[in-house]
Ligand binder design. Structure first.
Ligand code: HEC
Ligand SMILES: [Cu+2]
Length: 308
């Protein structure tokens, strides 16, 4: 497309176009002003070299008009740049509500990926074209960074917390996937590929291979096996909150504050139950730190999300 002679990677997502346009316009602006200043500088230093016959009478000392001009024009340019860049940034960090969710766990030195239907893959990510995809990511050891150059998206993947990244692929094909944060000896081999497929082919890909249980089904099984249902099912004798409809809503805590029950809140409730105690309940929930893998946490949360 536009400026395809430049050595820039494939543009294969909706963000790629907006990021590149922004980048190229800024570059053009910077080049324009740099050249302008250099050319004028060179012309004047030749014209006014000592000994030339240039007219040196009436030296200019101060011009309000000029000063206003070189203050006001850059001011509007800078505000415009800020507004435009912020707009692109906000689009990048706010996944659309209808995005499909795929889970990613980074570790030394690979990417482990799980689709909602339960399919797992390592160092490969299959996605449909033309559909927003949201990745919820964490690391089980050190900080990694999930980077797809052709999509112009990159996001740190940090142990102990969830980060998000979203994109909408626009062109079927296979693209590079890199870890962009030095994470140990074999960091440079922590590479993979993103395969963008037609929606039909993606559906077929999901059907193929060993059919594992879906994220939600795995979460439901864990909820029973790990003893969560013993306390959280409505029938239990222990006083614990019923988790139906908790996700996404406001939760009053016993210290009087109110938080939103997002993925991070769920994670903390399971691993650090004493950190935020739901109002009206005793802090009797045991911690599950060290007893659940990152994948199992994702599955439990996926299950809790479906409880309406
Ligand atoms: C011994 C009983 C018990 C067990 C077992 C237990 N919980 Fe809890 N859980 C509680 C109690 C009591 C609370 C409310 C106090 C608090 O927030 O710590 C709670 C709070 C929560 C919350 C926050 C709910 C809200 O309304 O804010 C979540 C989410 C949760 N538990 C999930 C789980 C999961 C998942 C498991 C299994 C891995 C589990 N619990 C196991 C007793 C238990
Ligand atoms: Cu890494």
């Amino acid at each position: 497309m536009l400026l395809s002679f430049l050595p820039i990677p494939d543009q294969a997502s909706t963000q790629a176009v907006s990021v590149d346009t922004l980048f190229l316009v800024f570059t053009a602006l910077v080049v324009f002003f740099t050249v302008l200043v250099c050319v004028v500088l060179i012309i004047f230093s030749i014209k006014y070299t000592r000994g030339t016959k240039a007219d040196r009478s009436n030296p200019l000392d101060g011009s309000l008009k000029l000063e206003i001009m070189w203050s006001v024009i850059p001011l509007f340019l800078a505000i415009g740049a800020f507004g435009w860049a912020s707009h692109v940034y906000f689009e990048m960090v706010h996944p659309p509500a209808d995005a499909m969710e795929i889970h990613v766990v980074g570790r030394q030195w690979m990417w482990k990926i799980q689709h909602p239907t339960g399919q797992r893959e390592i160092n490969e990510l299959h996605v449909p074209v033309g559909r927003p995809v949201k990745l919820t990511m964490t690391s089980q050891d050190v900080i990694h960074s999930f980077f797809i150059p052709a999509f112009r998206v990159k996001q740190d993947v940090v142990p102990g917390t969830y980060s998000q990244l979203w994109f909408e692929a626009t062109k079927p094909g296979t693209y590079h996937l890199f870890c962009a944060e030095y994470c140990g000896t074999e960091h440079s081999r922590m590479i993979g590929s993103v395969v963008v497929m037609e929606p039909q082919a993606y559906e077929e890909w999901l059907q193929s291979g060993t059919t594992s249980e879906s994220m939600v089904a795995a979460g439901e099984r864990l909820f029973r096996d790990k003893g969560c249902s013993g306390c959280h099912a409505g029938t239990s004798s222990v006083r614990a909150p019923i988790l139906n409809g908790v996700y996404g809503g406001p939760v009053p805590l016993d210290d009087g504050s109110v938080v939103t029950a997002d993925d991070m809140y769920m994670r903390d409730s399971i691993l650090l139950p004493k950190k935020q105690v739901a109002a009206g309940f005793k802090p009797i929930m045991p911690t599950y730190q060290g007893q659940l893998s990152e994948e199992e946490l994702f599955q439990l949360i996926a299950y809790i999300k479906t409880l309406k």
